[in-house]
Design a protein around this ligand. Structure first.
Ligand code: PCA
Length: 212
């Protein structure tokens, strides 16, 4: 099974992004029965989604998991839905701060993830890693790439399970915070995402691709 796993470069003044580190670490690992393809996307309103769609066209994956960082999340968060709204709370790495715009004018209000989200959550919990199903991917770039990916797959009638998973920050990103906020070690996050990858592969081999 060919699976595309993506992360994002650092943004918002941080020098690291756990999603980039997870993608780079897992790119060197072998998963039985899985051909893993990886990409690290720029935090740029135009180039981020464009590079993701380009990677999908190039790799022709059978499943796609996009990863990103979410501040203040205490668990790996499997996103159930992407909404057709850009309302950036901070600027992207190119200085764009889009407010109150649609991602695809006239497009559907929302798309549900087509990954088997409940099974992924069970698999992550099964290896002892905190996980939740999330009802909002925000209104920044992660929601945007999830929406654009699901829109592209739907438009092209590609039956490829796809979705987005937000990761808590790494401990070194929050250690200096005056108000304490949650984090997760890279090792723990890697264990959870590895379990999710194996669960998708098992689910695809049983041909049950029920999403939300
Ligand atoms: N997180 C941001 C964009 C890049 C990332 O890793 C988000 O949650 O939208």
């Amino acid at each position: 099974m060919k699976l595309l796993l993506t992360g994002f470069e650092p943004f918002g003044g941080s020098s690291v992004n756990p999603s980039e580190q997870v993608v780079r670490a897992l790119a060197d690992q072998t998963f039985e029965g899985i051909a893993l393809r990886t990409a690290v996307l720029p935090v740029d309103r135009v180039r981020g989604p464009a590079e993701l769609i380009g990677a999908v066209q190039h790799c022709q994956p059978e499943a796609v998991i996009c990863l990103g960082e979410a501040a203040r999340r205490a668990a790996i968060s499997i996103e159930r839905v992407a909404i057709n709204l850009l309302d950036y709370r901070i600027a992207d790495n190119s200085g764009n701060q889009t407010r109150d715009e649609s991602i695809v004018p006239g497009g559907p209000a929302a798309f549900f993830a087509t990954l088997p989200v409940r099974k992924l959550a069970d698999a992550i919990r099964g290896v002892g890693v905190p996980v939740e199903l999330s009802l909002s991917a925000g209104t920044f770039l992660c929601n945007q790439v999830m929406y654009e990916l699901l829109h592209y797959l739907a438009l092209n009638k590609l039956n490829v399970p796809a979705g987005f998973v937000h990761l808590p920050p790494l401990p070194e990103q929050v250690v200096g915070n005056l108000i304490p906020s949650p984090s997760m070690s890279l090792e723990t996050t890697l264990r959870g995402i590895s379990a999710a990858i194996c669960a998708i592969s098992e689910n695809l081999s049983t041909k049950d691709t029920k999403g939300h």
